[in-house]
Design a protein around this ligand. Structure first.
Ligand code: ADP
Length: 430
């Protein structure tokens, strides 16, 4: 099938496109994934993993020369390596190894990298599954943590087999996520998603494995804020593959709507269902943090997520400085206390204005409301983020502020706000 001008490829890419290595299925594969990309090409990858290393990797595709080159290079890069290292291979690694591809064809490398990663996840999920079974004391252990004390280690007295299986599936995802942190606000438009996105990116930039879950079903803004509109969520044998941005794993209802402008009209049980799916069916893998961007208020969504997770490690509450916001913060703190979610602290956003010319912060409106309410309620105060035109600019351009304006004073404030989250992992508080 000739659909690209192969002469424009590098010598290595031409070679892999003309003589794809490791083409075909593997009979004894113990890891496998098949993904159809937005361009309509399908790539399938087969792995034979022995003692944690990829003994053999092969691929097939219905795509033409760039898909052949990328699939072939992905399989070659995988062989002989440790499964964890292969799962971490990215689009850029494949492009680099091929000596580049014309820009309009680079998505083929993303498809090959995603499929390779999904095949690794498939292997890992099954190997964990096969390790499950009778443990020393005769009880089943959790697929993810092998802790015989894990709540998913045995069936509850009043639980049917199906209910147990369902709970076990959810729990084995959650057991691989070390810290779950929810970002709440009383009102919309106070900058909750901005804080959630920047906390997640700040933690990722410090080398943590981070997931960002946007459960704002009625107004998912995370895809827009990170320039990921139109990204597709792929299905693999093990579940839904989150969208990957430089290693940050992101899931949002926004990825599942065919049109960004679609309105979602769901009642409580349906919302709970989709949130459960986000936790249970998304292949989050092993994460240090899952940051959950909740819709404003203390309604169905934050309640469902807290109940499903069972133990949320902390909540960050975002507010604006005005007095009228205080009553909402009170409600959010009371909500956390009722559900036994530790309040990591209150963030006062849009506090003062950063002059775009000189960078000086002017208190154009009253400030200090966030600090006052956190003191009154006995909750830590995490910091004040000024109204900074660069935040709005970054968000409109689909860029993470803390990454693209990393040297700004406001980015420093955001990194400070992330410190209590780092402390959860025992990082130094400096
Ligand atoms: P919420 O999640 O509370 O509804 P968002 O985080 O979506 O609020 O923010 C609403 C809008 O305000 C976005 O366009 C965002 O870029 C902007 N914004 C949020 N915080 C700031 C800030 N400190 N300075 C400037 N713009 C901000």
């Amino acid at each position: 099938m000739e659909c690209s001008n192969i002469e424009k490829f590098s010598v290595t890419a031409q070679d892999h496109a003309r003589n794809p290595r490791n083409y075909g299925s593997l009979k004894d594969a113990n890891g496998h994934a098949r993904i159809t990309g937005p361009c309509g090409d399908t790539v399938e990858i087969y792995l034979n993993v022995q003692k944690g290393k990829i003994k053999q990797a092969s691929f097939t595709t219905d795509g033409c020369s760039p898909s052949l080159a990328c699939g072939s290079m992905a399989a070659c890069l995988a062989e002989g390596k440790r499964i964890e290292d292969v799962a971490a291979l990215r689009q850029q690694d494949i492009l680099h190894a091929l000596g580049g591809l014309p820009m309009e064809l680079e998505h083929c490398a993303l498809l090959a990298a995603d499929t390779l990663k999904a095949a690794c996840e498939d292997y890992l999920a099954h190997s964990k599954g096969s390790q499950m079974g009778e443990s020393d004391n005769g009880k089943n252990s959790c697929a993810a943590c092998s802790d015989s004390e894990c709540s998913a280690s045995k069936r509850g007295e009043n639980e049917t087999e199906d209910e147990f299986e369902d709970r076990r599936k959810l729990q084995s995802r959650l057991c691989r996520i070390q810290h779950k942190v929810i970002v709440l606000s009383g009102k919309g438009g106070v900058g909750k998603s901005t804080v959630a996105v920047n906390l997640a990116v700040a933690l990722m930039l410090l080398g943590n494995r981070v997931g960002l879950l946007d459960i704002d079903i009625h107004g998912p803004s995370v895809p827009t804020m990170l320039g990921l509109e139109g990204k597709m969520v792929h299905q693999c044998a093990d579940g839904l593959f989150p969208v990957d941005m430089d290693g940050l794993k992101i899931m949002s209802i926004g990825f599942l709507l065919s049109n960004q402008d679609d309105a979602v009209i769901w009642r409580g049980p349906m919302k709970a269902g989709v949130i459960k799916q986000f936790l249970q069916d998304v292949t989050w893998g092993t994460l240090d943090y899952l940051i959950i961007d909740s819709p404003p208020g203390t309604g169905d969504e934050p309640l469902s997520v807290c109940q499903l997770i069972g133990k949320v490690d902390g909540a960050v509450i975002v507010t604006t400085p005005q007095k009228v916001a205080a009553v909402d913060v009170r409600k959010s703190i009371t909500f956390c206390r009722k559900l036994q979610v530790p309040v990591l602290g209150v963030v006062e956003n849009m506090s003062g204005f950063v002059c775009p010319k000189c960078g000086a912060v002017t208190q154009i409106l009253r400030s200090g409301g966030g600090r006052k309410i956190s003191e009154d309620m006995g909750a830590p105060f995490l910091g004040s983020i000024p109204l900074d035109p660069k935040i709005a600019e970054a968000s409109d351009n689909g860029q993470a502020f803390v990454q693209h304006f990393a040297s700004s004073a406001t980015a420093e404030i955001m990194r400070d706000i992330a410190k209590p989250l780092l402390a959860l992992r025992g990082h130094k508080k400096s």
